[in-house]
Design a protein around this ligand. Structure first.
Ligand SMILES: *[C@@H]1O[C@H](CO)[C@@H](O)[C@H](O)[C@H]1NC(C)=O
Ligand SMILES: *[C@@H]1O[C@H](CO)[C@@H](O)[C@H](O)[C@H]1NC(C)=O
Length: 256
């Protein structure tokens, strides 16, 4: 400790260690997690370059949610309001993501630990009848998925169908299949990364009253703390030894 109260060794140590472990600062980060690790603290819109500077994809803006322990990437679309589904015909909703192209969004999905998208149908005399293929949602690969949110991709099922607790009869696949005058709801998250994001929702032969809600695409980044490359382990050990040396050296010097 110097006479001026500067713990200079500690300061030098801190500067060296920070320089060694701070992420490489580039103009745009590849993910919300990288953005957070580079020092961003407030949730908000950030520009990402999801495939890096060498990749062909352009930069685009996403909403990064840093409010919780998990870092979330939120991709909003243009139809997030509760939509009335009129009876007497087919209903098609095209889900457009103005913030990025489908290619850019798919890279976000691929690189995230998990993704989810909320789906809700509120109904009165308006059965979903998933098993009869009157409903599907399309994926970026133009494949159709006949399973409602919360059913874990199970064909023709809603969440209550997979749990055998649909109302009023546990034999139903969805609450809405009751087709009665009670307002009922089938809702849950789609979580299969290979089929996200949702690009269309189609409900054919609508009857009764219905409201559809399709939530934003929400992806979660989980940090990889465990060093998995030999050079990372060597570097990490070297930093620890160096830090220990700087910390204990003054004591040794005084002793000898
Ligand atoms: C639903 O109920 C209405 C009115 O009770 C009936 O006209 C209609 O055929 C039913 N739809 C199905 C798919 O069972
Ligand atoms: C589904 O979405 C794709 C891409 O957005 C679009 O080209 C296609 O026309 C849509 N299909 C329907 C039935 O709306």
């Amino acid at each position: 400790m110097s006479p001026y109260g500067c713990n200079c060794l500690l300061l030098v140590k801190f500067v060296i260690i920070s320089a060694l472990i701070s992420p490489q600062v580039s103009s745009q980060q590849a993910s919300c997690l990288a953005t957070r690790l580079s020092g961003a603290e407030d949730s908000g819109s950030y520009t990402l370059d999801v495939d890096g500077q060498e990749g062909p994809l352009a930069e685009f803006d996403v909403y990064c949610d840093f409010s919780g322990l998990d870092t979330m990437t939120v991709l909003h679309h243009s139809s997030e309001d509760r939509i009335r589904v009129s009876s007497g015909g087919d209903f098609h909703l095209q889900v457009a993501y103005p913030e990025g192209s489908l290619e850019q969004i798919q890279v976000v999905v691929q690189k995230s630990s998990s993704c989810k998208q909320f789906l809700r149908y509120e109904c009165r005399n308006s059965p979903l009848r998933l098993a009869e293929n009157v409903f599907w949602w399309e994926t970026t690969a133009n494949s159709r998925v006949y399973s409602w949110g919360g059913a874990g991709g199970k064909l023709g099922q809603c969440l209550c169908g997979t749990q055998h607790n649909c109302q009023p009869s546990p034999e139903q696949s969805c609450n809405c299949d009751a087709n009665d005058t009670v307002w009922r709801t089938d809702e849950g998250y789609l979580t299969d990364k290979t089929t996200l994001p949702v690009v269309n929702v189609s409900l054919t032969a609508r009857e009764g009253q219905g409201y559809l809600t399709v939530g934003p695409l929400i992806c979660v980044d989980v940090p990889e703390f465990i060093p998995n490359q030999p050079w990372q382990i060597v570097l990490g050990t070297a930093i620890l030894v160096f830090a220990a040396f700087l910390t204990f050296m003054p004591a040794f010097v005084r002793k000898w």
